[in-house]
Design a protein around this ligand. Structure first.
Ligand code: 5GP
Length: 206
């Protein structure tokens, strides 16, 4: 292994439903193709606009439980009756290679991952107001109205989690929110803790 390699970074994005983190991370990946996205496993049915292996790895419950029991997930959670899990192998390999990895996790997933990986940086994406949140959930049209209502109630509770995150970003204008997250990533990527011991001595003094 190359000991003089920079440590990888885990950037965890969470938000209440309708906070807009999906748009934020998609735009980040478009602007910074070097960033890696951690594609989760889920038992949720595929939506029309989703691609298996890109949005998620879609598994049935039996397959998911098998992988979970085999310890393949760094964290997993049940969200709205479906299972979601982060592939441990992908995270560990990407970290070792010094990659910047984006993860889209719910609140429990963000907390669980941070406990295991000290390099995890957590960012909470908030909508600018309750009115906007409500509008976004209704406009989504990917879920039925009952699901939207349930998600709004849940979202209101989730907003209270903001102090548990390293950073908070308000997603009013997408461009600004993306720039804010990119700035966080830039600063974190220059944090001295990312550099291995004697990194600069080895680089300059030998
Ligand atoms: P959706 O079904 O709308 O794509 O996602 C529902 C929720 O599951 C979102 O809050 C999303 O962040 C979360 N989620 C997606 N992948 C994972 C994962 O691997 N682990 C955890 N804990 N949550 C996830």
């Amino acid at each position: 292994m190359n000991n003089n390699r920079l440590r990888g970074l885990l950037i965890v994005l969470s938000s209440p439903s309708g906070g807009g983190k999906t748009s934020v991370y998609k735009e980040l990946l478009r602007r910074y193709p070097k960033f890696k996205y951690s594609v989760s496993a889920t038992t949720r049915p595929k939506r029309a606009n989703e691609i298996d292996g890109e949005s998620y790895h879609f598994l049935d419950r039996e397959e998911f439980v098998k992988k979970k029991d085999a310890g393949q997930f760094a964290e997993w959670a049940e969200v709205y009756g479906n299972y979601y899990g982060t592939y441990k192998d992908f995270i560990d390999r990407s970290l070792q290679q010094g990659e910047i990895i984006l993860l889209d996790l719910d609140i429990q997933g963000a907390a669980n991952l941070s406990r295991q990986y000290e390099e995890a940086v957590t960012v909470f994406i908030l909508p600018p107001s309750l009115k906007v949140l409500e509008k976004r959930l209704i406009n989504r049209e990917t879920d039925d109205p009952e699901v939207c209502k349930r998600r709004l109630q849940e979202a209101i509770k989730e907003i209270a989690e903001w102090p548990n995150y390293n950073y908070v970003v308000i997603n009013d204008l997408l461009d600004d929110a993306v720039e804010d997250v990119a700035t966080i990533i830039k600063a974190e990527s220059l944090n001295s803790s990312r550099f291995p011991e004697r990194y600069f001595e080895n680089k300059f003094l030998k």
